[in-house]
Design a protein around this ligand. Sequence first.
Ligand SMILES: [Zn+2]
Length: 462
Amino acid sequence: MTLNVNTRNVREEPSDLLLIHAAELATCSSAPRSDAGHDSDGPLCGAAMRDIGIIRDGAIAVRSGVIVDVGTTQEVISREPSGGASVGASGALGATQVIDASGRTVLPGFVDAHTHLVFAGERYREHVMRLGGAKYLDILASGGGILSTLTSTRSASLAELVAGAMKRLDTMLLHGTTTVEAKSGYGLDVDTELRQLEAAKLASEAHAVDVVSTFMGAHAVPPEFAGDPRGYLDFVKSVVLPAVAEQGIAEFCDVFCEEGVFSVEQSREVLLAGMEYGLRAKIHADEIFPIGGASLAAELGAVSADHLAAASPDGFRSLARAGVVAVLLPATMFTLMSEAYADARGMIDAGVAVALATDLNPGTSPTMSMSFVITLACLQMKMTPAEAVCAATRNAAWAIGRGDRAGTIQVGRDADFIVCDVPAVDALPFSVGVNPVRDVVKRGVHVVKSAGGGGLLCRSRI
Ligand SMILES: [Zn+2]
């Protein structure tokens, strides 16, 4: 098919990259419902998550890394100022690079809103032990668990931590993730916490994927403070947090609010201390027991509450009222062979903005694939494919303070988008066990091209 360019409503300058003929293009850019009571721009809440703005035969025009036009292929081509040129299905338009997405589905680049990206060591033996029925305490007694990652990470150099993070970011980019949140919390001492955050910063500066950092000194109580969580919290507040804040290498402060880890009162204390240093709050909340982490997130106006597998309907309502994004992590439940998935349907029905993430970590969720997480969200938590796409893009971006740049395909936003080898959004969750992502564009650069032996074309910061 050849489209002739007309001169009506043309843009002033030609684009440098055009994507055309997407069978479905999910913009995720619908206006939030006005009765949601939140900002005019923000995550999509509740039923609005199903309105992901699909354009059939969709097209995107990009200039200098930014989206300058979105619409049907005919509309976008007609606005291209190319002086009577024409474009074939896979042809060139002047100097413009063209991606033909015929028969495929185009989405915003995935935003992975909860990861423990920077770590050293492996823990696959624990997974094998679990297959044999081992419980957490058995694993701990065998030298596994979080303390094994703590030991490995403390003994790793900055260069080793950066190299590990870069390798994981390569894999994530090949699976369509263009923005990632990364937590510290495997050091639990000043030097290693700072080194983890420094590694995330260096990886972000070097890699095409953007990395957003979270300080999570209150992830566990380290062995040197065994039996003295009070003493460790004081150390975090008076020594580690000020050092992190002084270096300006984290945007968020997170805490593991859970029975046997940090109580609601202790979590409040850590998060308030972080807020005093300008770090916005995030919470590992109500993962195993419903101790009130979701309500604490609402009380503090946290940007997100994460896990929530055991959260109560009261908790859902308080998250909805306070506009806290619920970040759900079904790959963790899958890896732990648990049936206790978060009640995504209950949250969406209560009007919560739900996001999804991998929870990438060596112990309980080694996956780096957001499309696998989407599969689990649909098959295990009964989210619709449209809800899952919204949760993995737009809502995830709002959960890490990047909603104004990432997570949607709309004019003025970063040109971060992916081409999936499925004919429709509804087909996406069912490509189980294969990577559906064929092409990735990050800030206007075609960084992953799977066709014709392409692969990862560019990993460098753009
Ligand atoms: Zn986590």
